[in-house]
Design a binder for this molecule. Structure first.
Ligand SMILES: [Cu+2]
Length: 710
């Protein structure tokens, strides 16, 4: 179709404005009576789940347990009944106040406490309220001037409703040639504003609205960006305080859909693949504690980080050895490398500005997870303080993972091979256009691994006819996707055989051919302990095969070496945003792959406690300026994982998962391969005489039958 870009003289008539509000919006979905019913059903199921677990759990509530729905309800009620609470205040979050590590490890009686963040829109103030759930007391009522908690899901809805209905916005859409039906199908995505020092945003809680169109209610809106137009909303007053209308791009009109209903046909050559565990799974769940093989840990969940693991331990021939006190994805940031109006302020902090737990999915058997699954359910709160059930939010299951180890002895003609099985605990968050799936894996050889999978839909922008973006890839007519990066900060509170640990850097060197390297083939590893925070700000180096080892300061193995776990890096990248840019200052953690800090109660988030609208220099760069000791101390290790996303055509219209991660491998933690006692597998699948196995056996007479790796 042709877009009429002439600017009409007259304003949009009132009746058109009204009609334009008819298209389905996130508000219609989120606040619909049907959704309210579904929510009520989910809440009932979640309460029943908690009740059932309480009855069957041998272990009493632990210090690590996430807040239960009833604890959240009580926290909200205590806040609402407090004399300083006013009806206009909105709930931003209710989170567990985790007890101090030393108290937990000393077995001190732990009080259950919650922290509630409130938004007082009238006085433009954030309030931090402490609640003691044992005594039912409000213990703290503190103002946090200038600090902004994450944008709430209710504000997502407000941004769309308030922006779309505004006459100036309708006028701008009309100017772009959108008729009344098309304007009805316009969507507005909520974005955090960052901090660019604009005076009109000072002292306000701000959200940005970015515009798209759909050809029908369930069309993929990202195929139709309405570029050159960005709205700025005051989230306290819900006023449109700015509408940037810089360039009238054509709205790309070609639909690009991925949903089942839009597909004409599917490939038809897939035979069933069933995961059968006829005797059930090998893990045990007791309350929030998981035991599997020799591993054990506690599962946590909160609105900001989503899945959290606590107290990860390994039972080594009867010795219950600590490895990690706490591990979480503490922050993630997605800087876009594009100068256009629509893209240049896109710098989402998906944990601190939106909430990975707040945006977590209800997982579905057979789709998100396959096999014998145990689901954990939790809850978050909405702005009114009502519980938002997060049923089946965490998935726990086992997977076959190819071979664990193998050797064929040519002299005896005998093969020893063991299959690897891993325990997987995962969750998935949808933050606007993107899906982020987080998987912790536990292996039988003592390895832990974190894998992050990015999927969903890439951001898009519009192009004039014949225009090519320098900062993105053309993916359709008048349509491009901007290049960007994803940075993840993984916070690890290690406890390798005790609280006091150190980090040692390993670099491989090779001397020039000469007296120390007479044959030119030699190389060696230099180990350097990282003693202070500044010395422990480190980057990967392919030239020296750099990695880092977290060692116990007190325990040694049978050979006298410190027991340790090694951070084994996977793919990574470096930022291209300039350090003096807004995002460079606000997400300074991304400029280094490793940071080590001494444990402090209030140092939990690498870009600071409140990154939303924060001008920057908070978190890791601020704390580490003190250059505190990190050698043989109670330390926290921060690993930065980057995904450099130069967009591919194949990422459109929905992106096949892109994976990144790293491993924590035992290094001298055991005296030898700890997986010798994994029993040989029964060759069940091969014994049934499948032709593929027979063919393999014919080719090679040693036992190839059970090695089929993935
Ligand atoms: Cu990406």
């Amino acid at each position: 179709m042709t877009i009429d870009t002439t600017v009409p003289d007259e304003h949009v008539p009132d009746e058109e404005l009204e009609a334009c509000a008819t298209g389905l919006s996130i508000g219609d979905t989120r606040r619909s009576p049907e959704r309210a019913q579904t929510r009520a059903r989910k809440l009932a199921r979640m309460d029943a789940w908690y009740e059932l677990r309480a009855r069957h759990s041998a272990e009493h509530a632990s210090a690590f347990d996430p807040l239960s729905p009833n604890e959240m309800r009580r926290a909200v009620a205590l806040v609402r009944n407090h004399e300083s609470f006013a009806y206009h205040m909105r709930f931003a979050s209710v989170m567990l106040v985790e007890p101090r590590k030393r108290d937990v490890l000393a077995g001190t009686v732990i009080r259950r406490e919650a922290e509630v963040l409130l938004l007082d829109g009238v006085h433009r103030m954030t309030l931090r309220v402490g609640v003691d759930l044992d005594s039912d007391d409000v213990t703290r009522w503190e103002e946090l001037p200038g600090q902004q908690p994450a944008i709430t899901l209710d504000e997502f809805v407000d941004i769309e409703i308030e922006t779309k209905a505004h006459p100036d916005v309708q006028e701008a859409l009309r100017k772009r040639g959108l008729d009344i039906q098309q304007r009805a199908l316009v969507t507005v995505d909520p974005w955090s504003p960052g901090n660019f020092g604009y005076p009109e945003e000072e002292g306000r809680r701000v959200g940005r609205g970015i515009f798209y169109m759909r050809s029908q209610n369930d069309d993929n809106q990202y195929a139709h960006p309405i570029d050159g137009l960005v709205a700025l909303i005051d989230l306290d007053t819900l006023e449109l305080i700015g509408l940037q209308d810089e360039d009238v791009y054509p709205v790309p009109m070609q639909d690009s859909n991925y949903a089942e209903k839009f597909m004409d046909s599917f490939r038809d050559d897939l035979k069933p693949l069933e995961i059968a565990q006829p005797e059930g799974a090998s893990f045990k769940v007791d309350g929030w504690k998981v035991s599997w093989q020799k591993w054990s840990f506690h599962v946590g969940f909160n609105q900001r980080e989503g899945l959290v693991l606590h107290n990860i331990r390994y039972n080594d021939d009867g010795r219950d050895r600590p490895i990690m006190y706490r591990a979480s994805l503490a922050e993630m940031t997605v800087p876009y490398g594009d100068t256009s109006l629509m893209q240049r302020r896109k710098n989402a902090f998906d944990a601190g500005e939106y909430g990975l737990g707040a945006c977590a999915n209800t997982l579905e058997l057979g789709c998100d997870c396959l096999g014998e699954i145990y689901y954990f359910s939790s809850a978050t709160v909405n702005a009114s303080g009502e519980l938002e059930p997060r049923n089946n939010v965490i998935c726990l299951h086992e997977e076959d993972h190819g071979i664990l180890w193998k050797h064929y002895d040519q002299r005896t003609d005998k093969t020893e091979v063991r299959r690897s099985r891993r325990l997987v605990i995962s969750f998935i968050a949808t933050i606007g256009n993107y899906e982020y799936a987080l998987y912790w894996y536990f292996y039988q050889d003592g390895t832990m691994e974190l894998e992050l999978k990015a999927s969903g839909i890439v951001q898009t922008g519009a192009l004039h006819d014949g225009q090519v973006s320098q900062h993105g890839l053309t993916i359709g007519k008048n349509l491009y996707a901007p290049h960007h990066q994803h940075y993840f900060s993984v916070r690890m509170d290690p406890m390798i055989d005790g609280i006091d640990n150190r980090v040692v850097e390993l670099n491989t060197h090779a001397d020039p051919t000469g007296p120390t390297n007479p044959y030119g083939n030699a190389f060696y590893v230099v180990e350097t302990p990282l003693t202070t925070e500044q010395k422990a700000i480190r980057d990967l180096n392919l030239a020296t095969a750099r990695s880092w080892v977290i060692e116990s300061s007190t325990a040694t193995n049978a050979l006298g070496a410190p027991t340790a776990y090694q951070i084994t890096p996977g793919a990574n990248c470096v930022p291209y945003a300039q350090p003096d840019s807004s995002i460079g200052k606000r997400a300074a953690y991304m400029y280094h792959h490793l940071w080590v800090t001494p444990w402090r109660e209030d140092e939990n988030y690498p870009a600071g406690a409140y990154p939303n609208q924060n001008p920057g220099d908070d978190g890791l760069p601020k704390w580490t300026a003190a250059d505190r000791n990190v050698l043989d101390d109670d330390i926290v290790v921060w690993y930065t994982l980057g995904l450099h996303h130069v967009v591919r055509q194949e990422d459109w219209p929905v992106m096949p998962v892109d994976c990144m991660g790293f491993s924590l491998k035992a290094r001298g933690f055991f005296d030898k391969n700890p997986a010798l006692d994994v029993p040989p597998s029964a060759a069940a699948h091969c014994a049934t005489g499948h032709t593929h196995c027979d063919e393999l056996s014919d080719v090679d007479d040693h036992d190839a039958r059970c090695d089929a790796n993935h």
